[in-house]
Design a protein. Structure first.
Length: 200
């Protein structure tokens, strides 16, 4: 089982961070950018929107953006903590977290939300050369769990993540925590399964 941003809600911090960056880089309306960049790596989106080409500057701006998100106090989404406790039992199969966030941000955000690190570890934006919707993140996640992608279930809230999971060969479960059910079902990569949240 492979997860992305279906466990924590970092929306308040993300909205604030994009508002700051929209102001700093004269990007215009930040709410549109929040929607367009959902589920993608900051490494890619800051390059695209802020036109950052120098690597050192890009990494520094990723750190600044993610620090702003942490200030928004990420919280666990409904059902996330209880589900993770069930997955942590000895008889459960391997699982990990595949995220578009960085290796600096992810452990901090999970700790804020009270979610333990998975036994098979993390795949972050630093671990792949291409982010979602490319299949690379979920292929890396499956490899870290030592299973074939075809035997994985990708749990996602973003269309870019559903595309990534499907391209990797995994089955997909969409969680309607940030994207409306109708939009997920009407996308070019509809999920195999769909739920409102992780409480059921």
């Amino acid at each position: 089982m492979l997860w992305c941003r279906t466990l924590i809600d970092s929306t308040p911090g993300v909205i604030t961070a994009w508002a700051t960056f929209a102001n700093d880089y004269s990007l215009g309306e930040s709410s549109k950018i929040v929607h367009e960049t959902h589920g993608r790596r900051l490494y890619d989106t800051l390059k695209e929107y802020c036109k950052l080409v120098e690597e050192a500057k890009l990494i520094a701006e990723i750190d600044r953006f993610e620090d702003e998100v942490i200030k928004g106090r990420p919280t666990a989404l409904p059902g996330a903590v209880s589900l993770i406790k069930q997955l942590d039992s000895p008889d459960m199969l391997a699982w990990n977290i595949v995220t578009s966030a960085s290796n600096k941000y992810t452990p901090r955000a999970l700790a804020c939300a009270g979610i333990p690190l998975p036994p098979a570890g993390l795949i972050t934006s630093n671990d792949v050369t291409a982010g979602k919707p490319d299949p690379a993140p979920y292929l890396a996640g499956a490899a870290k769990c030592r299973v074939n992608p075809e035997n994985c279930l990708v749990v996602e809230d973003a269309i870019s993540g559903l595309r990534s999971g499907r391209a990797a060969g995994a089955r997909t479960l969409a969680v309607c925590t940030t994207t409306l059910r109708e939009i997920l079902l009407a996308s070019d990569t509809p999920p195999d399964y769909i739920v409102d949240d992780l409480t059921k």
